[in-house]
Design a protein around this ligand. Structure first.
Ligand code: GLC
Ligand code: CA
Length: 560
């Protein structure tokens, strides 16, 4: 095993802000940068080291910022560039780094490049996008959007189609055009020169499409993915961004990578001797399929063995070679307690889930509201949903003959809107999110009990547990750099693993059961010699090697 390399981006933990629902600073019902500024002390108090902003750039908000119309400006409802600089300075003053979302697989159809490209083949911007003639009356190929529906949109005037792997308002850029890559490098420099510390690169594995755009294996969703995921020039383009821009700054990158396996990921992040990584880490999706298949809407019963198998494989395959990005929630996912945990045991399961992933090897990402154990809202009517992907998915399921009630059941569990409700700051009007009469989106009615103010005043809250956990991680290198070994992998109730680093040993025990489970220490562990450093019921060490775990109990033992 090669010596593990140390780096600041490995030691940090990151708090993700989806600004629209974070905190409203000017009372118009929409979260904004003024609101963020007012909460920097709170963010710092969690013990995180960085903030990742989901896109806050100018955007028609068809996909809430992931459709950018100006890469160098802030959406007016969130503030101005000056407001952003104030947040950036405020964060830096507190020792918090700032990571921006870089969305360059596509732009908004309102971006000036796209508007120019509509003027015809002679316009220099035409080739910024992927325009093709149809095949007779049909689109250029059979590809389908990942927000279900067709991937091609016909333009009558040009008699051409443009490719959009996401919403129709999100035309894909043609990364094979060197002018587009130069634009990307300029955008990176613009933000890095301003002082930001890195990028989360949106669906970055989609930017290179196979030459000739061949038909894909016929699938209702994301058909063609074998031709646009990790395409032929992906490594080359990432390397170019790295050599010409990123390597000149002390910054980090995390690439969003749907359909990625550890073996494929290593092609991009392997940092072992003689290898040159083109990204520092990647967000994979495999562990988020422990309760679904392919898309969140194909819901299956939560399967702990599936979750463990995926997480353990990433942990062991990457160890000493590449770095993991750890997450359970983000703006694309329903709340984790409502999926892998239990709303009945909200506090217990919220703490257990936090322990389960943050004690693994990698950089942990925490999504706003996760730290107080927010749960999914489960909106009952289709008209209440704002997310374009939810509506498109509804239409596709309808087309395939699913009854309305069945699809709504799926949406209530799986829609991205479950994770996009405003952060619950207090039990006051609108959960303290806004002073406006109406917030831009529904607030989860459980805000009267689940809110930051309550959590601050309760020493046993999920919030205070996150603080403890992140502090423990920061103070113990074993959590960051230790190796990983799983025990009892056949158990469908317990996730148990050990970490080892420089003579120290740590044992992490997590129960996913809502009843009592018997636990017996793995061979070679004398628990009486360990110290219980974290626990969601108490931190008592009975000294026995066998004991009962209460519902969703977690215990972490450290051996010096
Ligand atoms: C990523 C983003 C998601 C967005 C999509 C298209 O998956 O996380 O929110 O809709 O890319 O940009
Ligand atoms: Ca506002």
């Amino acid at each position: 095993m090669s010596e593990i390399k140390k780096a600041w981006y490995k030691e940090m933990s990151v708090y993700q802000i989806w600004t629209r629902s974070f905190c409203d600073g000017n009372g118009d019902g929409i979260g904004d940068l003024k609101g963020v500024l007012s909460k920097l002390d709170y963010i710092k108090s969690l013990g995180v080291d960085a903030i990742w902003f989901s896109p806050i750039y100018a955007s028609p908000q068809k996909d809430y910022g992931y459709d950018i119309s100006d890469y160098r400006d802030i959406a007016p409802e969130y503030g101005t560039l000056e407001d952003f600089k104030a947040v950036l300075d405020g964060a830096h003053e507190r020792g918090l780094k700032v990571i921006m979302d870089l969305v360059v697989n596509h732009t908004s159809d309102q971006h000036k490049w796209f508007k120019e490209s509509l003027k015809g083949a002679d316009n220099p911007y035409h080739d910024y996008y992927i325009w093709r003639k149809g095949k007779g009356k049909n689109p250029p190929n059979n590809w389908k959007s990942t927000f279900p529906g067709p991937a091609w949109e016909y333009n009558e005037e040009l008699d051409e189609y443009y490719l959009h792997l996401f919403a129709v308002e999100q035309p894909d850029l043609n990364m094979d055009n060197p002018a587009v890559r130069n634009e990307v490098k300029d955008i990176m420099r613009f933000w890095l020169d301003m002082g930001v510390d890195g990028f989360r690169e949106d669906v970055i594995t989609y930017i290179s499409k196979r030459e000739g755009l061949p038909n894909g294996f016929p699938l209702p969703v994301a058909c063609g993915m074998e031709h646009f995921t990790c395409g032929p020039h992906l490594h080359e383009y990432l390397s170019e961004f790295n050599d010409e821009v990123l390597s000149q700054y002390d910054c980090m990158t995390v690439g969003e990578a749907p359909m990625m396996t550890p073996d494929t990921a290593l092609k991009f992040i392997d940092e072992s001797e003689g290898k040159k990584p083109v990204l520092n880490m990647m967000f994979n999706f495999q562990h988020m399929e422990a309760d679904c298949m392919i898309t969140n809407f194909i819901v299956t019963k939560f399967n702990l063995k599936k979750l463990k198998k995926v997480m353990t494989t990433w942990q062991t395959k990457l160890y000493g070679k590449g770095w993991n990005a750890l997450y359970l929630e983000n703006h694309d996912q329903p709340r984790i307690i409502s999926r892998f945990g239990s709303e009945k045991f909200r506090v217990e399961s919220g703490k257990m889930l936090a322990t389960m992933y943050i004690c693994q090897s990698g950089t942990p990402f925490i999504y706003q509201g996760q730290e107080i154990g927010m749960t999914s809202i489960r909106l009952p009517n289709l008209s209440m949903y704002k997310d374009v992907a939810t509506h498109n998915t509804y239409d596709i399921f309808k087309k395939f003959g699913f009854p309305h009630e069945n699809i709504m059941k799926r949406a209530m569990y799986a829609s991205r809107d479950n994770g996009r409700t405003p952060v619950q700051w207090s039990d006051k009007k609108n959960a303290g999110f806004t002073t406006a009469d109406e917030p831009w989106f529904y607030i989860n009615p459980n805000y009267t009990e689940v809110n930051v103010e309550q959590a601050e005043n309760d020493p046993n809250s999920i919030l205070n547990y996150y603080r403890k956990l992140l502090k423990f991680r920061k103070e113990n290198e074993i959590v960051i750099y230790g190796d990983f070994k799983e025990h009892f992998h056949d158990s469908d109730k317990l996730y148990v693993y050990e970490r080892n680093y420089e003579g120290k040993r740590m044992l992490v025990v997590c129960s996913f059961s809502d009843t009592i489970e018997r636990f017996t220490a793995p061979k070679g562990f004398d628990l009486a010699k360990g110290k219980v450093v974290l626990g969601n019921y108490d931190e008592l060490n009975s000294g026995f090697d066998s004991f009962n775990l209460r519902p969703y109990e977690t215990k972490v033992f450290l051996f010096d």
